[in-house]
Design a protein around this ligand. Structure first.
Ligand SMILES: Cc1cc2nc3c(=O)[nH]c(=O)nc-3n(C[C@H](O)[C@H](O)[C@H](O)COP(=O)(O)O)c2cc1C
Ligand code: SF4
Ligand code: SF4
Length: 269
């Protein structure tokens, strides 16, 4: 297929910005400007575009406890690929991506996408920033661009089979579970600007007391920390310090990105 005929769209969820950065590097490597970028963090219920076979769609999500965040998998279930090509990506915080990439590629295939490339890349851990600190870094960016470039080549080669190895992971996938820590602000640091109230993707921050958090609703995505220009919101408490120490000790060893691109020689499944 002539890449000139292609429209490149990105649909992703990025609360703390690392997934967005990874998507932009892949599109840079692919060599076409994004026609449209939809961050599901702005609205999980957004109307998703219709695709056709000349479209290429980068679909990306952070890994939450080895799975896709539930709201992301629900949104992806509303897609209709109509034979468009998909570049499937997950971004994880240097612990593990477990079943998340398998889950994502399973959904995309069931929604009639032809997956040309799949990858699991590393971003700074949005709850424990001492793990995966400052990633994606220069070496990750090179890999992300290479991945985008190779996806483009696979499309240009018009590989009929679009055969890809199965990503790691198990079916049934790991049970979905939340994390027991949630950010909040000190009342004295909060100017009540309301930005976090508007930006929280699940409405967990009450308008009248924006320094608090409804822990029953919060998905610990970290977006409120990222958008608060006063740096008022943060994780705190004994549980957070203990889990943070364990995480740093267990998951600081650098992990490398995994990616794979469709090749005609592989057996299709
Ligand atoms: C609730 C939650 C669960 C997470 N679970 C995992 C995990 O299972 N494995 C991992 O390596 N990183 C995990 N992370 C880290 C994120 O996957 C990582 O920081 C990602 O880059 C966040 O993307 P974003 O910056 O685009 O929001 C988790 C983060 C959150 C908020
Ligand atoms: S963004 Fe920060 S300063 Fe503004 S309401 Fe939220 S916590 Fe307060
Ligand atoms: S309150 Fe929870 S769900 Fe809302 S933005 Fe903050 S971390 Fe995310």
């Amino acid at each position: 297929m002539k890449i000139i005929d292609t429209k490149l769209t990105a649909i992703y969820f990025s609360a703390a910005d690392t997934t967005r950065k990874c998507v932009e590097e892949v599109s840079e490597g692919f060599g076409i400007e994004l026609n449209k970028a939809i961050n599901l963090a702005d609205n999980f219920e957004v109307v998703l575009p219709d695709f056709s076979e000349n479209d290429v769609v980068i679909i990306a999500s952070p890994v939450y406890r080895g799975r896709l965040p539930l709201q992301v998998s629900n949104a992806l279930q509303r897609l209709n690929g109509r034979n468009a090509r998909a570049i499937a990506m997950v971004v994880y915080g240097n612990r593990d991506y477990d079943d998340a990439l398998l889950e994502q590629t399973d959904i995309l295939r069931s929604k009639s996408f032809r997956i040309v490339g799949q990858g699991a890349f590393i971003g700074q851990h949005s709850i424990f920033p001492k793990v995966g600190t400052s990633r994606p870094d220069t070496s990750d960016i090179l890999q992300l661009r290479e991945f985008g470039k190779e996806c483009r080549k696979a499309i240009e080669a018009d590989n009929e089979s679009y055969a890809l190895e199965l990503p790691k992971g198990k079916r049934p996938y790991k049970k979905i579970s939340g994390v027991p820590v949630h950010p909040k602000a000190d009342e004295s640091d909060c100017t009540r600007c309301g930005i976090c109230v508007v930006k929280c993707p699940v409405g967990a921050i009450p308008q009248d007391r924006p320094f608090t958090t409804d822990n029953n609703v919060c998905i610990s995505c970290g977006r409120c920390i990222f958008v608060c220009s006063n740096k008022a919101r943060h994780y705190s408490g004994a549980a957070y310090s203990i889990i943070g120490t364990i995480f740093k000790a267990a998951f600081s060893k650098r992990k490398s990105p995994y990616w794979s691109v469709a090749k005609p020689s592989l057996i299709s499944y």
